[in-house]
Design a protein around this ligand. Sequence first.
Ligand SMILES: *[C@@H]1O[C@H](CO)[C@@H](O)[C@H](O)[C@H]1NC(C)=O
Ligand SMILES: *[C@@H]1O[C@H](CO)[C@@H](O)[C@H](O)[C@H]1NC(C)=O
Ligand SMILES: *[C@@H]1O[C@H](CO)[C@@H](O)[C@H](O)[C@H]1NC(C)=O
Ligand SMILES: *[C@@H]1O[C@H](CO)[C@@H](O)[C@H](O)[C@H]1NC(C)=O
Ligand SMILES: *[C@@H]1O[C@H](CO)[C@@H](O)[C@H](O)[C@H]1NC(C)=O
Ligand SMILES: *[C@@H]1O[C@H](CO)[C@@H](O)[C@H](O)[C@H]1NC(C)=O
Ligand SMILES: *[C@@H]1O[C@H](CO)[C@@H](O)[C@H](O)[C@H]1NC(C)=O
Ligand SMILES: *[C@@H]1O[C@H](CO)[C@@H](O)[C@H](O)[C@H]1NC(C)=O
Length: 900
Amino acid sequence: MRIFTKLSAPLYFLFVFLCLKTAFSSSIHASSFSTTHLCSHEEALALLQFKTSFSINYTVPYQDYCADLFYIKPNYSKIESWKEGIDCCSWDGVSCDNVTGHVIALNLSCSFLYGTFPSNSTLFLLKNLQSLNLAFNDFRLSKIPPEISQFTRLKHLDISDSRFSSHVPGEIAHLPKLVSLNLSNYYISSDLILEITTFKNLVHNLSEVRELVLNGVNMTSVNPRFFMNLSSSLTTLRLFNCQLRENFPNSIFHFPNLKGFSLGGKGNLTIDLPSSNWSSPLQWLYLGDMDCGRRLPESIGDLKSLLSLSLSCNLEGSIPASIGNLSQLTDLSLFSNNFNRQIPSSLANLTQLTSLYLSNNQFSGLIPTSLANLTQLTSLDLFNNQFSGPIPAFIGNLRQLTSLNLYSNNLGRQIPSSLANLTQLTSLDLFNNQFSGPIPTSISNLRQLTGLYLDSNNLSGQIPSSLANLTQLSYLSLSYNLLNGTLPPWIFTLPLLESLYLNHNQLQVPNMFSALQNLEILDLSHNNLIGKIPNCLPKSLSVLNLQANYFDGNIAFGFLEGCGLRNLNLHGNQMDGLLPRSLVNCRMLEVLDVGNNNISGTFPHWLESLPHLQVLVLRSNKFHGSVQSTKESPSFPKLRVLDLSSNYFVGALPVRYIENFNAMMDPHKDGGSPKYMMVSTRANSYQYSLVVTWKGFDYELQKILTVFSSIHLSNNMFEGEIPDVIGKLNSLKGLNLSHNNLTGHIPLSLGNLTNLEWLDLSSNGLTGKIPDELVSLTQLSVLNLSNNHLVGRIPQGSQFNTFGNGSYEGNLGLCGIPLSKSCDGIGTQPSSFQEKDELWRFGWRVVVLGYGCGVVFGLLMGYLVFRTGKPKWFVSLFDGRPSQSGRKMRRARKLVQKRN
Ligand SMILES: *[C@@H]1O[C@H](CO)[C@@H](O)[C@H](O)[C@H]1NC(C)=O
Ligand SMILES: *[C@@H]1O[C@H](CO)[C@@H](O)[C@H](O)[C@H]1NC(C)=O
Ligand SMILES: *[C@@H]1O[C@H](CO)[C@@H](O)[C@H](O)[C@H]1NC(C)=O
Ligand SMILES: *[C@@H]1O[C@H](CO)[C@@H](O)[C@H](O)[C@H]1NC(C)=O
Ligand SMILES: *[C@@H]1O[C@H](CO)[C@@H](O)[C@H](O)[C@H]1NC(C)=O
Ligand SMILES: *[C@@H]1O[C@H](CO)[C@@H](O)[C@H](O)[C@H]1NC(C)=O
Ligand SMILES: *[C@@H]1O[C@H](CO)[C@@H](O)[C@H](O)[C@H]1NC(C)=O
Ligand SMILES: *[C@@H]1O[C@H](CO)[C@@H](O)[C@H](O)[C@H]1NC(C)=O
């Protein structure tokens, strides 16, 4: 699923700018050659034959990059202009020598060529080629043809991101005239490997090379010290995600002509920033996702030519005051380090700065006044630090700002009205601070705003009506505040709104949200909204969350054919009536949660055909009847969470369904690390939440891991035996069948549920022994078998050593530890176990929370760091190309604090 969405406009331009300024500064663009002479028949023929060896395929994944990077028109390939009878020198992408007529440059980047690259390609007949650019095509994992060495005059070779794979042929080193080489394999990875021998030859032979771009090329066998043998003419070296390891020699900084250097990415890479003798012409330097030796040396101030500096490499301590010497600097990124001292006042010297990114450090105290001098700033990121105090008034003087991200700090007081002077702002993010008081009406001056994020503060009062002027808004989040009053009608007239989060406030009276024709995400949960829900929904809607309000009446929506809803959450309202059958029109539906309402009717078996339904929550309603499949198979093919508890269901447990819950079988099916369930829309991503109950407590999982799977059938009137087949659902984390009329033995097959963390079979009529097989449930942290008719010895060992009396009480026939009743009839040492039991009960809550929340929150914490740590666009710095990724993921919350 695509998580990141389009880059916001200012960043985009920033990157285009960076890109123009750096990556391509010295590369020759084919189109700059003039085309006066007629090209030779042979060469025209060679090109035409080359053309026929590929198909044109516009449905390739990099089309977006092409549009952004090269302004390529959609569905246009340069090669389409290649036609017999027309001078080939005038074909798009072809450039000829204006005297000899030879084709000397070919730029087919983003031409949507699709097919295997033939090693006998007629392209190799173009002996005079000096520049070849095949970037962003799809050569379908072809090998780079060794014949490439026939281009003996080649100076510029760019075959980046064109899905060449396997080993780079040794012949690449037989291009002695090469000045620039780009083998990047970065946006679309294709496992291109550059072996040590080839690399050594390359370094040895390419005595003219000035630009070397190898991002994403697997150079695992290359020892970084070999880079030191590169030509001293080197001006540009890009090495991001090259699988390099160990220490990269810092003598790279002594290369006399080096203008740009980037290094970092996966692996174990380190570099020690030199304390003197930096390459003085250095204009840009990006080091990220690596380690660069704790301290940023004073000597950084020697790099007087620096225009752009980005270091995210575990630096700590302070930013040296000498940074103020870098008076040419326009872009400074020091995010994702551990800087914790004051920001030096010399920063005020950097008056050329247009972007300043200091996010994700440990800066504290007031926002420094030195920023007041940086009047050229267009982007300022200070998020995820510990800045406190108010937003200083001088921020209002940074009139060029288009993006101001101050979220996740301890900033407070009122939101200053001086912000209203920042009329260029397109994004204002104050999320997760301690702002209080009303939302200033003057914010309505910020007419360019497309995103306004004021969520997770203590803002109170009404939503000011003046915000209706923000007609460019596509994202508005005011959730987790103390806002009250009625929901202003203007919200439903914002023409471009795609995501609206007003959840967790005290808002009243809904309005018609059907008017918002672009709306994709609507979260009004946890408010005081009352009344009936409207009967029609915006067609564009993917997520509708009305949880925890006071809506009543029946679910009036008519879900039309083509309904795109993926998440419908009506949990915790007062709705009644039946579930509308038209829900089956929502073929994309992943989550349906109507828990805690007064909905009646029989089990909606007609939902079983929804191909993507993963979570179905009907708990605490008035459903009745038996729960049986009407179909043979497959039913609920993706279901992972089923909660039918606290209804009036009767009859046998739904064996036929259980047999078919494929998504609950085989926990490793997904592979990879756990992810959260979410939906990504044009505008944003939205993480699903879910209420789970344990022992009468509701826990709201703010995120649902895709590995989370559980069945809750408790508090119904199910009867009969627990079917053996339940043992097939071996990815289950939780199983709750308590408070029913189940009889018979506990099936031995439960011992197969090796992922089970909690199991509740309490308050039934179960008989027989507790199977010893349950000892193999090594993940089990909660067990409740109380109030049954179980007999015999309680199994011992493994997790069973941790359960207290409470797990077994109300079963008169049970004996053995931890019960005081020993199996040979003699009472033993109750007290210590009772104590333990109490402790366990305490811990047990935590564990439950632990599943319900702890584990999830644990991952959430990791995720928070991820979210706030590194903007995804960051990696694009290393390529000098703008990135598609964009808006940071927004929904991580400080919910833990808020709720506890
Ligand atoms: C076009 O490329 C896509 C993605 O690489 C591929 O799945 C599809 O089969 C290709 N289409 C044709 C007609 O070759
Ligand atoms: C041919 O190209 C060279 C450089 O590429 C340029 O200096 C020269 O003026 C051109 N000659 C003509 C006749 O266009
Ligand atoms: C290239 O070789 C293939 C067979 O390997 C052949 O079908 C094709 O005609 C050859 N193309 C040229 C231009 O020689
Ligand atoms: C890099 O290439 C080596 C072989 O040279 C291979 O073993 C390794 O798995 C590759 N690494 C990645 C991340 O593909
Ligand atoms: C990094 O190096 C450490 C120790 O040198 C080693 O334990 C670790 O496995 C390495 N990690 C990677 C990803 O190579
Ligand atoms: C700031 O700039 C001034 C002059 O432009 C210079 O004299 C001073 O040394 C600089 N300060 C620092 C700390 O770099
Ligand atoms: C910053 O701006 C203030 C007020 O305009 C000015 O007095 C000060 O000299 C400036 N500082 C630097 C380092 O430019
Ligand atoms: C905002 O702009 C107005 C008019 O230009 C000016 O008078 C006022 O001082 C500015 N406020 C701040 C806080 O910058």
